[in-house]
Each structure stands twice: as C-alpha cells, then as structure tokens.
Design a protein around this ligand. Structure first.
Ligand SMILES: C[S@@+](CC[C@H](N)C(=O)[O-])C[C@H]1O[C@@H](n2cnc3c(N)ncnc32)[C@H](O)[C@@H]1O
Length: 505
C-alpha cells in the first residue's frame, strides 16, 4: 500500500452523516450543526466550521476563479478524502487563570485569554494528546507557565511535529529561559506516556515578542529533528525549518508541480524558496541539475543532509535571499530551463521576478499559498511575455479559508491572445485586495505567528496609524469621544509584523 493510501485508510472520514448530504435542507442543517467544533466561536481559526466539505471546496474554487480566472482556466480544486486531523504540526500557548488553573490552547478572539482546548478537528490527534499530557504533568513538576505581561514563569508554548509516515514525534518546549527543572525526569515521564516521542528540544524565547519560536534550540532528548517521507524521499525536519503541514495533500501538490514541469532529465532547474529541499530533491531525480536557494539556515542545513540521505548528487544549495540570488544569476548570464518558486504568503519580489524574465526559463512552476499575491506576481510575469498554461488548486487547509495553488507559465509569443489576457486582467475586480491582504488573512497571520487574536477594530486602528486606507465598514468611531478599546502594544506589534509580511508597509 503506498504511503498516501495508508494515511487515507488510517484517517478515514468516518462522518457517517456525510451520506445524507443533499437529501433535504433540514437534514443538511442538522449535519452542519452536529459537525461544528465546540470551540469554533472562541478559537476562530476555522472559518468554515459548520460548512460541508463540498461547499468549502466550492467556495475556494470560486475565490480562485475570481482572482486567477483572468489568466486562464482554473482546474477543479483537488480536495481531501478525509479533511479531518490533517495537521502534522500542533501548537499550544500555555498560561494560567487568575485562580491558578493552568490552561493551554489558543488565544480567544480579540483577547489575551487562553481558550483551553481539549480537542481540535484539524490537528493531529496524537500530537494534541501529547500537549494535554504535558499540561497534566506541569503541576507535579512545579513548572510555571510564562506570564506574557510580567515576563515571569517558564513555559510559553509547546509545539509538536509528527511525521505521519515515519511516526517520529518532535516535542518543542518553548521556554523563557534555558533551564528546565528536573529535565530528565520530565522527559522520562512524558516518554512513558508517549513512547512514540523520538526527540525533545528546548527552544529559548526570552524576548517580549509575539513570535512563537526564539532563535536558540537545545536538544535534550534524541536527535533534535524528525524524519518523514514524501514522494518516495526521506526528509529531515528541524524545529525552525518550514515543512508543509498537510502531508497527504503535499504529495499531490508536489506531483502536480512535477507534472507541470514535465522534466526529461536534460534540464537545469532552480528551486527557489526551497525550505528543506523537498521540491528540489524530488525534481533532481528527473533533471540534469538543480540549484536551490533558501534564506533560513536551519532549513538549508536540513536540505544538504536530505540530499545526501536520498543519494541525490546533482543538486546544490545556497543560503541567500532568493531575489538577490536570482539577480546575481541573471547578471552572470546564468540560464535555467525550469524555475520552481514557492514563496511565503507575501509572494515574491520584483528583484526575483525581473531576474526570471531576464533568464527566460522555458517554464516557471509557481506554488503559492496565497492567491492574492500569486495574482499580483502572475500579472507581472504575464505583462513581460509569459503565458499562464495551467492553474490547479489543492486544498491543503480544510475548514480554513486558505488554499494552495500551482500555476504553470511558459514563454508566449507576442500575439493577439496575449493582449486579450492583459485586457482581462485590467478588468478584474481586485478592489477587495487593494490593501494587500484581507482582514481575515491579517488575523490568521497574527494568530499563526504570535498566537494572538486581533479584532477588525484593532487592525483598522493600526491601518490608520500606518496611513493605509480603511474600508468604511470597519468600526470607525462615530465621534471623537467614542469610548473604544485601543489596540494593546503587543497586538499592535503583531499587526504591524503582518502588514510588513503582506507588503502593506
Ligand atoms: C512556503 S515555504 C516553501 C518551502 C518548500 N518549497 C516546501 O514546499 O516545503 C517558503 C520558504 O521560503 C523561505 N523564504 C522566505 N523568504 C525568503 C527569501 N526572501 N529568500 C529565500 N527564501 C525565503 C522560507 O524560509 C520557507 O522555507
């Protein structure tokens, strides 16, 4: 049985009510109600709670069509057979109620209160259980949780990563200082409950910051990383390296990217924003040479090991800003036949895109987790002679509004067809996205990177502080002396980080 099939079997969608779908409206509504996560309102991470999976896919398809339809046909989005418990990375913030009770989970929307979460529909169940058990051990080990306001206490966050194929589990304890009292006994106790834990890392985050991870990792048990398998290759993943959160769909994503590239074995390939080298290493097996560029040094270290581990020798890795790197390649008249690019949510930049245009690769395969910045970057490339050939959505994030897309571009002739594409681009309604990102996208970013929930009101306050246009619906005070809660400094900082990320400031 192949790995993907094994996973689908293991996590089979056992929602028996699914079959009743569409029989009558009343029943449909009942299904929606019974499926709603009890934490949905307070947690706010899943925008599509209570929405059937088919409807979720239809909404995502509609969004892709709206944003990307001007470039060409958008193929039907590829959904999951079982859209539950797909996340291989689970994170919880730890804190304490006034009465001393320890809580762990996520921040409640618009507050600093932690919603104590027992279970989650999208997170890996084993990882969630480990977090609950760590929670249960804290009192007997006298481990204090960190207080964001005073800076006292020790445990800030727990992050679990599980290799769905390998079964290896990494526990990252994010602490305010490097010393964990009774460290060895604590590790023994948690491993007794979960022998599947293969490594424990202390991440030191002693800064007053909204970022979850600090810069220093100390391995206290095991190797300090886990391994997992994708597309027949084994990959090592360190605590600070990027790794796709939905491995079942990642295989489909990478297979789509490889199909689009159509490698014959003769090509020189660039894998930009390459993370731990996943796309590059898979591509290297079907290409002459692959050049990877990635900014995060831990990810590059993983990537080098991964190439050796998979006996891939026709690949090289560079730790650099992808834009700067491609500018240098273009200046030195270096060529590539295929460029894979998989940038973060804020998309690529002009340095990178203009160098692609100079280097004239036959094909560009753009993998994107944000169709807004994807549309912006495609527009740049299409204006300069590339044509969009294929657009494929892959649902990597069920129950959330996020969607991944793979796009194939190749060099087009300057003909009437290209002019028609440009006209249709101008006609596209991009007004919803004029400010760089929607309120929901900003909220998601802030939540993911800082664990903080922020309201539309706070976002609009900071937008105005930054001189960014604010839509008329967003809670502007009716008069000067209206008493409105003001955005606290740590949330302002987190919102500003999101603005920077989306290129809004
Ligand atoms: C969406 S991830 C894709 C990683 C990889 N392709 C994968 O599928 O796992 C984006 C990666 O780009 C890296 N990155 C972000 N900004 C970058 C930049 N300016 N130059 C190079 N890499 C960057 C991040 O560290 C991250 O590893």
């Amino acid at each position: 049985m192949d790995a993907k099939k094994k996973l689908s079997e293991k996590y089979k969608w056992n929602d028996d009510k699914r079959e009743d779908k569409g029989k009558d409206t009343k029943k449909k509504n009942d299904v929606k109600k019974s499926n709603v996560c009890p934490y949905a309102k307070k947690c706010g991470s899943c925008h599509f709670q209570g929405v059937s999976y088919e409807e979720q896919l239809a909404k995502k398809q509609k969004e892709l069509k709206q944003l990307l339809g001007g470039f060409g046909k958008v193929s039907k989005i590829i959904g999951m057979e079982n859209p539950y418990h797909y996340r291989n990375k689970v994170h919880a913030v730890f804190g304490r109620l006034r009465n001393g009770t320890i809580v762990s989970g996520v921040y409640q929307a618009g507050t600093h209160k932690i919603v104590d979460i027992e279970s989650c529909q999208i997170e890996d169940e084993i990882s969630s259980k480990i977090i609950r058990d760590i929670h249960g051990l804290l009192r007997s080990f006298k481990i204090k949780t960190y207080d964001e306001d005073t800076g006292y206490g020790l445990l800030r966050h727990v992050l679990i990563r599980r290799g769905f194929t390998s079964g290896q589990v990494m526990v990252v304890l994010v602490l305010g200082s490097p010393i964990l009292p009774s460290k060895n006994n604590f590790i023994k106790a948690i491993r007794k409950l979960h022998p599947e834990i293969t490594t424990v890392v202390i991440n030191v985050n002693d800064k007053k910051t909204s970022m979850v991870l600090g810069e220093r990792n100390i391995t206290v048990y095991g190797k300090g990383y886990i391994e997992d398998e994708l597309c027949g290759c084994t990959f090592r993943i360190s605590p600070s390296s990027f790794y796709q959160v939905n491995p079942v769909q990642t295989e489909i994503l990478y297979q789509t990217a490889m199909q689009f590239a159509g490698l014959s074995g003769k090509e020189r390939v660039v894998d930009a924003y390459s993370g731990i080298g996943t796309i590059g290493i898979v591509a290297a097996k079907a290409a002459k040479e692959v050049i990877c560029v990635e900014q995060n040094k831990d990810a590059v270290r993983d990537a080098v090991t991964n190439a050796k581990r998979n006996e891939v020798r026709n690949i090289s890795f560079y730790q650099k800003d992808a834009g700067e790197f491609l500018v240098e390649m273009a200046e030195q008249n270096e060529k590539a036949d295929v460029v894979f690019m998989d940038p973060p949510r804020n998309g690529s930049d002009e340095a990178f895109l203009s160098s692609v245009v100079t280097m004239t690769p036959d094909k560009v395969v753009y993998v994107s987790c944000n169709p807004v910045t994807l549309a912006r970057d495609l527009k740049y490339l299409v204006k300069r002679g590339y044509e969009v050939r294929k657009i494929q959505g892959v649902d990597m994030f069920p129950f959330t509004e996020h969607v991944e897309t793979v796009v194939l571009l190749s060099k087009g002739e300057v003909d009437s067809k290209k002019i028609r594409v440009e006209f249709s681009l101008e006609d596209m309604d991009m007004s919803e996205f004029q400010d760089g990102a929607t309120y929901t996208q900003i909220k998601d970013y802030v939540l993911e990177h800082s664990g903080l929930k922020v309201s539309n009101l706070y976002i609009s306050q900071i937008k105005r502080k930054c001189g960014i246009g604010v839509g008329k619906n967003y809670n502007l005070p009716k008069s000067e002396d209206s008493r409105q809660p003001q955005c606290p400094p740590e949330k302002e900082k987190a919102i500003r980080e999101a603005f920077k990320y989306f290129g809004m400031i």
